[in-house]
Ligand binder design. Structure first.
Ligand code: PGA
Length: 242
């Protein structure tokens, strides 16, 4: 089964840095078992799209957010149609940083996901518990609420990203990741959504990626910090592709 390697650049790598970064990445050594998806900031999408095309790369392009509206008086927003037009196949939605800093609700994530699907792209819908939820044993309750509220159909990827694991170097045990992914799959089945890929995100690095990817319930990874340094990105490619 193809595994997704989703690179979330967050608010990093402007135009020049993006190109310098891509020129240092060893895309040639790739095999077909992995689908790489780069999600740069909006401002670098066009340039990254052209760069991938000029290299005849099979890496895909994704955005990090989009509007839940089609067009009109939404200053500063970007629509799903605009992203599709730039060559995006995927859009990350409901990342915990957006839920935290932009008060994004499950309802709004669902609205955005519907627009993404309508425009022929795949939403990557993020869910995850805080450290407090985790300590109190509320992980599954929190995830169930987020999933029921924000996933509109089976045409999506779910990203399990424990908030306490993002950018911290802390990672759940493999057993915990497997158990949570199984629970997410159960919730999806209860909602009538079958065979949804579930990827893991939170402090994925070259030295833990293969162990995480080796589990059948893990359909891929979402990588933040390690995806913006050429050295660690090349190390990741080497780990998973060679
Ligand atoms: P991280 O971020 O890999 O830096 O922990 C992951 C994410 O936020 O998607």
């Amino acid at each position: 089964m193809t595994k997704f390697i989703i690179c979330n650049w967050k608010m990093n790598l402007g135009n020049q840095d993006s190109i310098e970064f891509l020129n240092q990445i060893e895309m040639k050594s790739l095999n077909n078992d992995h689908q790489f998806i780069i999600c740069p900031p909006y401002t670098s999408l066009g340039l990254v799209a052209n760069n991938l095309k000029s290299k005849e790369s099979d890496w895909h392009l994704g955005a990090q957010n989009c509007s839940d509206q089609d067009k009109g008086a939404r200053t500063g927003d970007i629509s799903a149609a605009m992203l599709k037009d730039l060559g995006c196949n995927y859009t990350i939605l409901g990342h915990s940083e957006r839920r935290q800093y932009h008060q994004e609700s499950n309802e709004s994530v669902k609205g955005k996901a519907l627009k993404v699907i309508t425009h022929g792209m795949i939403p990557i819908i993020c869910v995850g518990e805080t450290e407090e939820d985790y300590i109190q044993g509320k992980t599954i309750d929190v995830l169930t609420e987020q999933l029921s509220g924000s996933v509109p159909s089976n045409q999506c990827i779910v990203a399990y990203e424990p908030v306490w694991a993002i950018g911290t170097g802390k990672v759940p045990t493999i057993k915990e990741i497997e158990t949570v992914h199984q629970s997410i799959d159960n919730v999806m089945q209860d909602l009538g959504f079958l065979n949804i890929p579930i990827v893991y995100g939170g402090s994925v690095k070259p030295d833990n990626i293969n162990q995480i990817l080796s589990k059948p319930t893990v359909s891929g990874v979402l990588i933040g910090g390690a995806s913006i340094q050429p050295e660690s990105m090349n190390a990741i490619i080497k780990e998973v592709c060679l």
